[in-house]
Write a protein of this length. Structure first.
Length: 323
């Protein structure tokens, strides 16, 4: 089932901080977007090192909050750990994180901050993600953790970890989607001009890049067209024709670019559309299934249960927004 709504969000950075990861949390949770239906969050940046936090960019960040604000946080975000294989995080910070988790808070790490969660012991016996550069070291230092070097983010039972940089955006939007539904997550994604959900894993970013202009605009235009025609019986052959490629070339280049197969990507888009329709309309399950290209209410129920973890009726009851 979806996690409780997270209203009180605390970010806990460590010096020297990479400002981008902090910026991701600020952009998703620290912006006032109530005018477009996004809930307002009680957002704070805390420090275990005193009021001033240094950055790798040569400027400091100041905050009046210490570890005490973790005691009432619903969601605690760790935007990175600057010394993943050289130093253990501060004991007082680890103790505060464990206490917050035991109280019921959700903990989420970006990139190398998986080493902080690992040091708490909370990830023992669990699957975790980090930047592909640090995956081997995390697995070596913490052999009881199942490190997935390919995942953009993973999480269960109020513990979430992500890969580096842009994967932090993916994880934040995923957490918003769990707490507030797909429509709110999509609204934030549109404001940030990023996709609300990416398929695939880190391998798409460490493989040799595709030569410039090799598929480019034709593929992007085809994906845009597909999203607008999800009610139709889309096939690889259909998409390949629109992209002006052979089906075999299209499937290969699609996977290289998007990180998954065309059919898996289409299924994800259909489920996302179903989530939005469940939240914002009174349409029946059969009509929603038809509009999303899933055929029947039974198919809708099966795919939503598998990908989202709840039945469509339960999702609508939890997340549907008035108006």
């Amino acid at each position: 089932m979806p996690s409780p709504v997270a209203q009180r969000v605390v970010v806990l950075p460590f010096s020297p901080l990479h400002a981008f990861e902090l910026g991701v949390a600020c952009e998703v949770y620290g912006m006032d977007r109530t005018e477009v239906g996004v809930p307002r969050f009680d957002f704070k940046v805390a420090s275990s090192e005193g009021p001033r936090i240094s950055t790798i960019h040569g400027f400091p960040i100041e905050t009046p909050y210490g570890l005490e604000v973790l005691e009432e946080a619903d969601l605690i975000i760790l935007p990175g750990w600057p010394r993943p294989n050289r130093e253990r995080p501060p004991a007082e910070a680890l103790d505060a994180l464990v206490a917050a988790y035991e109280r019921g808070a959700t903990l989420a790490s970006f990139c190398s901050a998986a080493f902080v969660l690992a040091a708490t012991g909370l990830l023992d016996g669990r699957r975790a993600a980090t930047h592909w550069r640090f995956a081997d070291e995390l697995a070596r230092m913490y052999p009881s953790i199942d490190v997935d070097p390919a995942a953009l983010y993973v999480g269960e039972d109020r513990l979430f970890t992500s890969a580096g940089t842009a994967a932090a955006i993916d994880l934040c939007l995923h957490l918003v989607r769990l707490d507030h539904g797909a429509e709110v997550a999509n609204t934030i994604a549109r404001r940030m001009v990023v996709p609300p959900h990416r398929e695939g894993g880190q391998s798409q970013f460490v493989q040799p890049s595709i030569p410039a202009g090799d598929c480019g605009d034709d593929l992007a235009a085809t994906l845009d067209w597909a999203v607008e025609h999800l009610d139709q019986p889309l096939t690889i052959a259909t998409l390949a024709r629109r992209a002006r490629m052979s089906p075999r070339t299209f499937a290969r280049r699609f996977r290289d670019t998007v990180g998954t197969t065309p059919l898996q990507w289409l299924l994800a888009q259909r489920v996302l559309l179903a989530q939005r329709l469940l939240e914002t309309t009174d349409l029946s399950m059969d009509v929603i299934a038809e509009r999303c290209g899933l055929g029947t209410a039974a198919n809708l129920r099966a795919h939503m249960s598998r990908r989202v973890g709840v039945a469509p009726s339960d999702y609508r009851q939890t997340f549907r927004q008035a108006g």
